[in-house]
Design a protein around this ligand. Sequence first.
Ligand SMILES: Nc1ncnc2c1ncn2[C@@H]1O[C@H](COP(=O)(O)OP(=O)(O)OP(=O)(O)O)[C@@H](O)[C@H]1O
Length: 266
Amino acid sequence: MTTRGMDYLEVQGLIVDFDGFKAVDDVDLTLIEGELHFLIGPNGAGKTTLVDALTGLVRGGGLARYDGHDLLAMKSHQIVRVGVGRTFQTATVFEHLSVLQNLDIAGGVHRSAWRLALPRRGVTESVEQALDTIGLSELRHRPAGVLAHGQKQWLEIGMLLVQDAKVMLLDEPVAGMSAEEREETGALLKRIGAERTIVVIEHDMEFVRQFADKVTVMHAGKVLTSGTVVEIQADARVQEVYLGRTADAVNADPVAVAAEAAGEEA
Ligand SMILES: Nc1ncnc2c1ncn2[C@@H]1O[C@H](COP(=O)(O)OP(=O)(O)OP(=O)(O)O)[C@@H](O)[C@H]1O
């Protein structure tokens, strides 16, 4: 296990400006190791754009520092190499390659060009460990394309594990999953999150309630509020942004209202 000296990702005054439209507008965030941090907010709040900025997919202004690196000044592949990885709303595994091959390719980010060219013998320890952690050991030789939806998401998380990502930014990992797959994913994130910084963008409020240590609510590019699920539930502004109700209109549970807004059973 490597120690990188710093166990949090600090974001200060982050701005993403699309031709004058600020999709992310002066966001401050401190993301701490060992804390399962959820990012929620209505559609268009800027959640994915924030993650895009932290992973070099869009240009951001301000500061995003991890382990002494200024992520905003780096290219995507450099960001992966310092230990910051992400998943996308749609799984991006290589469908025609096996589970094992997908993991092996992901592990390649830390191999030099000449070592990449050498024939690979056996399965590395990190790949074996990742297979075990994501529960796909038995399916290692299957093409990723035939995996169930949930298993593809787990494979993506496994790819981040073999990349040795210490910061994982996951964009709606349980979308489309069965109740059982959600449970397993939550347990997986708790397991691997103890020694990592994990941020989950999520609309599934039941999942948030069950697994979040900390929740940040975004609205119109800004952080509306941050806290535990209980604290978020006590904040009437959250309810306001989800349904446009006034803060003191009803003494309702904002997280339940958010679930309702997302079309779920609260
Ligand atoms: N490349 C782009 N150019 C211009 N506007 C963009 C671009 N990407 C995103 N946006 C806009 O930025 C805003 C934030 O989008 P973003 O996808 O980050 O929201 P989100 O909170 O992730 O929403 P959702 O929950 O629907 O995924 C939206 O208004 C979106 O239309």
